[in-house]
Design a binder for this molecule. Structure first.
Ligand SMILES: [Fe+2]
Ligand SMILES: [Fe+2]
Length: 207
């Protein structure tokens, strides 16, 4: 590990709980693998992966006070959802406390919950690594991991569709960026092929 990564790892360890820390290391490793596979900057992918959830354990009042002080023009429709706050406050902490100025790292962290139409490669990698990292355990995770290595857009769309399905099933709030990203993929990618391939996954996953 570089000195920088070692130092950030130590800071993260003191900022989040044990489960979140393990998840973050998993996302760092998965993001590095995907960056290597798809030709993105590996160091930026690792830093974004390691630190994307650094404010996850803050309370809602702590998030809101950071946002008021450092980013008061955020969309109130996004600030309303407690689940989305950490993606607004993590880039603030990265910039102000850790001295990370790289706009690609900061925007990848900023978009990792809701996504947005037309994500950069690094933003896609972090979004996908978040749900395919090695500690994740759910039905079909192996399929998503394989898809992530083959075609990052396929993995992103299928993961987004799965995430939206979960939010709908639980009756939870869905921020407009997430819907817009879903529709962007429907309109601009061969998403029917992605779904058809996914639905036939069982046969193909048998070695
Ligand atoms: Fe997160
Ligand atoms: Fe995460």
């Amino acid at each position: 590990m570089t000195d920088e990564i070692t130092q950030f790892t130590e800071i993260l360890k003191n900022s989040v709980d044990e489960k979140r820390f393990r998840h973050s290391l998993g996302v760092m490793n998965e993001a590095e693998t995907l960056a290597e596979r798809h030709g993105a900057d590996k160091n930026k992918a690792k830093i974004a992966g390691l630190l994307h959830d650094i404010t996850k354990n803050l309370s809602v009042p702590e998030h809101l006070s950071l946002i008021r002080a450092h980013s008061p023009n955020e969309d109130p429709e996004e600030v309303k959802s407690p689940n989305l706050l950490h993606a607004i406050t993590a880039p603030i902490v990265l910039r102000n406390k850790l001295g990370i100025k790289d706009p690609e790292i900061l925007s990848a962290v900023r978009r990792h919950t809701t996504a947005k139409p037309g994500l950069t490669l690094l933003e896609k990698i972090l979004f996908v690594a978040d749900f395919t990292e090695p500690n994740r355990q759910y039905a079909d995770v192996e399929y998503y991991r394989k898809a992530a290595r083959e075609d990052i857009d396929k993995a992103l769309f299928l993961g987004l569709r799965w995430g939206l399905g979960n939010l709908l099933a639980r009756g939870e709030y869905i921020y407009k960026n997430t819907w817009e990203t879903y529709n962007y993929y429907i309109l601009n990618f061969h998403t029917a092929d992605y779904i058809a391939e996914f639905q036939g996954k069982t046969e193909r996953m048998i070695p």
